[in-house]
Write a protein that binds this ligand. Sequence first.
Ligand code: TYM
Length: 335
Amino acid sequence: MENTERKDRVLSMIQPTSVPTLGNYLGALKNWKQMSADNDCIFAVADLHAITVRQEPAKLRKQSLEMYALMIALGLDPDKNIIFVQSHVPQHSQLGWILNCYTQFGEAARMTQFKDKSAKHADNVNVGLFAYPTLMAADILLYQADYVPVGADQKQHLEITRDIAERFNGAYSPTFTIPKPYIGKTGAKVMSLQDPTKKMSKSDTNPKASVYVLDTPDDIMKKFKSAVTDSEARVHYADGKDGINNLMGIYSCCTGKNFDEIEAEFDGKGYGDFKIAVAESVIADVKPVQDRFNEIMKDKAYVEKCAKEGAEKASYIANKTLTKVMKKVGFWQVK
Ligand code: TYM
């Protein structure tokens, strides 16, 4: 019998502000790949979000294409999933504006990412940075997504998305699916290798703090060897051992081993051996992605064709939701 049940719809996006870090990879991208096997998936390059911080135009263009190619290299099939670039689908900006009018100033002002980013870019606290969560809500709600796989840092943005959706549904009639975050048990918050109390971030100025998915195996090894740990020299998970806890989390994500197994494996061994093993597990995980990425980048016409088709498919779905919303809000529609 034909299975006519609707699959869950999964949606997520990533900013093309640099090559993804190991944090992006373990916290989000790896889950995208896993979820794409049996869900109806939509993934995108969030370039509109990227300009909330000043970007160099040529670099942004190049990084957007590379991020798109990397998503294919990750194993996301552009024929089976919808993969597109946010600015290619104008409905995101359109719904973003409407949702601004259904979001309170106080709600947006409470976002910790807004507070962090405005402190970091004090000379450019623009309105876009403030409205960042309403655009993200539009990204998700346009596609009626059931699940949104993200790292722990995006949880608050998912909560405000749910609040906005419920408010709109309550004011009119059910319009938006209420999305749920999907946050993995391990990898949800990969920390900096140089200051393990801080999240690993694309914008870290210390080159040893973040590992990037396209780093050479040599660089990956060097970065892990210089990772900050503690003086206990025993591989086990405990409060206050932020550096080791972080490395154990990374190793667990790349090998599938749980913390008990990891502790047993490194019983009686020093941090030197452990750091090498963690680096090797990361290299083994990302190397096939790097090889596929280098192949795909030889055929830019293919990448462009996929992005064009992805935007057309996304736009078709986005338009259905946007039309409904515009009708409910009361915009005069002419045929
Ligand atoms: P972005 O580009 O900062 O990060 C992409 C994804 O990586 C996750 N992440 C991490 N996970 C674990 N450890 C870390 N150190 C780490 N750093 C980042 C993020 O949680 C994210 O899942 N606002 C989003 C992009 C976006 C989006 C969306 C996401 C725009 N629209 C709609 C989901 C749905 C962002 O800036 O992600």
